[in-house]
Design a protein around this ligand. Structure first.
Ligand code: SF4
Ligand code: SF4
Length: 355
């Protein structure tokens, strides 16, 4: 039997939910949501589950990931219950449930703790630079190894186990039966959603946002590849150098627009920014910008006189790689892609014949 938890609403507020208890179940939100279907209607039932505190049902649900936060439901809610923001808060809460370390939840709920983690990371970079006598060449050499090590370690130690936990919550625990063949056959769904987020195109309001997200994801992944595997900062090949410039410029331009949207609150998605939202866009902006300037300073042969610039870039990179990627908003990109994959598996589940 489902367990009701009337205190759950208080918990969800720490993840950014606003006034959702005002909901009187009229159904307007579901009626206007262009992503809501007969089989997968959102967001009204998620609001009801949240009001009742049905945590096990929420954990087993993929519905919060089916929402792309166009804000239509919020705009049409007669009770100002902000269902769109509730879906966002549920995504944050789910992220904290998938995370086996428990750090995601702590960081979402506590800004001082997040700032402390950022500060400790910055101090570690500084201490490392002191230990290496501020030798630029040595620091850059280790910085490059750090990038490679961080990618592998974060994926293997944090993200992979978390995806397995998500799989446990949404497929195994609810006893959804899926054949091995279906797991392989549906893998294309994961790849397509990861790179294109094509489902968000069904949101009428989202066309331009979709395009921005698309080029940001491609620009970010390509810059990662260019800096880590093509060693952009040491590259002599003109094509690689120009490629890195283009990718970092794309990140810079799109993130400036994202930051402005949140400052001006011009779209529904920017109206209730949480610290984790700010950290995500600002650090992505800093990552692109500092990488761009480091390469400009290398090309002008003046980086050795401005080692602070590389140290700043390394600090931003370290904070991004060990705080935001494994425990912050970056994970939404991964969990959403897997949610589409698991949803596909659920659609194709088989039922054992009854005797
Ligand atoms: S539109 Fe508002 S009041 Fe109506 S069901 Fe949705 S959240 Fe509740
Ligand atoms: S924010 Fe948009 S996509 Fe999400 S539930 Fe509301 S109407 Fe649907």
């Amino acid at each position: 039997m489902a367990r009701i938890d009337t205190k759950f609403g208080v918990k969800l507020k720490k993840y950014g939910a606003v006034d959702f208890t005002a909901c009187y179940n009229c159904g307007n939100c579901t009626a206007v949501c262009s992503l809501s279907t007969q089989d997968n209607s959102i967001p009204r039932d998620m609001v009801r589950y949240s009001v009742l505190g049905l945590q096990d049902d929420l954990k087993a649900s993929l519905k919060p990931w089916l929402c792309y936060y166009c804000g239509e439901c919020t705009a049409h809610c007669p009770q100002t219950a902000n269902p769109g923001e509730l879906m966002m808060a549920l995504r944050r809460w789910l992220t904290s449930k998938y995370d086996w370390t428990g750090l995601s939840g702590l960081l979402y709920r506590s800004l001082p703790l997040t700032l402390l983690f950022f500060l400790l990371t910055a101090l570690s970079v500084l201490i490392f630079a002191i230990c290496k006598d501020f030798n630029l060449e040595t620091i850059m050499h280790y910085g490059h190894y750090f990038e490679m090590g961080a990618i592998g370690a974060v994926f293997l130690i944090i993200l992979l186990p978390n995806i397995i936990r998500m799989w446990w919550f949404v497929i195994l625990k609810p006893k959804i039966k899926v054949t091995l063949k279906t797991y392989f056959k549906s893998i294309g769904e994961l790849i397509v959603h990861m790179f294109t987020q094509k489902r968000s195109l069904s949101c009428d309001e989202n066309k331009f946002r979709w395009f921005e997200h698309f080029i940001l994801v491609i620009g970010y992944l390509m810059l990662l590849f260019t800096t880590v595997f093509l060693d952009w900062f040491s590259a002599k090949n003109l094509f690689v150098i120009v490629l890195g410039y283009v990718e970092s410029m794309v990140i810079l331009i799109v993130t400036v627009d994202f930051v402005m949207t949140r400052i001006k609150k011009s779209r529904e998605v920017g109206k209730f920014s949480q610290p984790s939202d700010w950290f995500f866009v600002i650090w992505l902006f800093l990552l692109g910008t500092t990488a761009l300037f480091v390469r400009v300073f290398i090309d002008l042969h003046i980086l050795e006189f401005h080692i602070w610039l590389y140290l700043f870039h390394l600090t931003v990179l370290a904070q991004w790689a060990i705080i935001i990627v494994p425990f912050g908003k970056w994970t939404h990109f991964l969990y959403r892609s897997f949610a589409m994959y698991f949803e596909k598996l659920k659609e194709t589940q088989y039922h054992e014949p009854t005797i």
